[in-house]
Design a protein around this ligand. Sequence first.
Ligand code: GDP
Ligand code: IMO
Ligand code: MG
Length: 441
Amino acid sequence: MTAVTTASSLTNDPRTRRGTATAIVGMQWGDEGKGKAVDLLTRDHDAVVRFNGGANAGHSVVVGGQKYKLHLIPSGILSAGKPCVIGNGVVLDPGTLLTEMDGLASRGIDLSALVISSRAHVVMPYHKDEDARREAIMREAEAGSEIGTTKRGIGPCYAEKAQRGAAVRIGDLLRPEILRERVALACKLHAEVRPDQAQVLEQALAWGEKLRPRVRDTAYFLQDLLAQGKSLLFEGANGTLLDVDHGTYPFVTSSNTGVAGIFPGTGLPPSVLGRVVGIVKAYSTRVGSGPLPTELHDQTGEVIRTRGHEFGTTTGRPRRVGWLDLVAVKYSAMINGATELAVMLLDVLGAGSGLKKLRVCVGYRVGGVVTDRFPADAAELEGAEPVFTELEGIDREIADCRSFDELPASARAYIGFIETYTGVPVRMISVGPGREQTITR
Ligand code: GDP
Ligand code: IMO
Ligand code: MG
């Protein structure tokens, strides 16, 4: 008899893993403040896991007055020593990752616990070129038809994954023979953007050597952590309304950005998930094209953009700004099964904004009929006119508040309205980018 080695005899014991994991997911169009929430909740968890998206994400975290911008590395990396996992569902641009790693290392951040899935797909240079090329063609064909992507090669890389044949996974970077074949085929398939085959191959092999020590079968790596009784925190990238299935298609990204992306993106079963924290910005923002029903084109929008520093972390583009859309948030809470909400950037609406009244979207008028259902399709949503309720403006600055009771009644009423409308409790309120500027309930 040959002895069979098992990583852990507990691996398949459901009692060790049921409901122990937490997910952080965005309830809007991204940039809700997921990075800050992940940084905070990392304290209560043993490992942090990215499961979707790629370097299109930009998560800013402020620790001790220092700002860190993370694109591919889980925000948990700022809490030294905890395993941070880039799961198989991520499309990984090794060049961007290595630059990000160097930047963090030079600032004294410990990267020893960063682990990468061998099955994550590699964003190759021709994917980025193709992303830009497609956008240009669409823009030329009809202004406004382009997605307004981050040009990080996200769509072409996920497409290659689904197409198969020429896709390169992280594990392939360590297999020169296979890599050579894949790159040769890919260069044929992507001939329009004229990739330099020799250069691409050389680059990919170099990436592989640099990443080799971190590459694992992360499905087993994560199962083993669970078997040891460790708790996992999943860090969603992008936002639910950018989900390729449930967002405002076609103006979305190319992955499942909500909890549904966790399972294919990690290899873990749904039973691991207990807590689902929906991250809600106190108003709406969107980068790129596509409908934003509550969009503000006036001075109020300008004030919120300035106070909220609403410029993209990844591309620097000014973010479009609008009133809080609770129809959209309630829909996202439903899609994700949010067990609680965290309301971020509430301080932006404080007295200094000069906003005496705050509008909140509570319905859409579609063809003369008012509905509280979110039409998750760009064409349908374009035809939806928001129906607003007006609430009192927040009559003080609140960045120094540290408990719910310290918040003025107007701010408490705003939170109460969100809870009542969505039916989901708000357990965290953020009143500034710093770790300490957080109210928990
Ligand atoms: P993410 O992509 O969801 O992680 O969000 P981003 O990091 O792209 O954008 C959120 C921005 O708001 C970052 O610059 C954060 O530092 C900042 N931020 C987070 N929470 C708060 C808050 O409560 N108040 C203010 N003023 N800024 C915040
Ligand atoms: P985080 O994780 C905001 C948007 C892009 C574009 C669309 C498709 O920081 O919340 P892509 O490059 O993914 O093909 O672009 O999705 N987008 C985001 N907007 N925050 C993000 O990530 C985003 N990731 C993608 O602006 O409209
Ligand atoms: Mg962001």
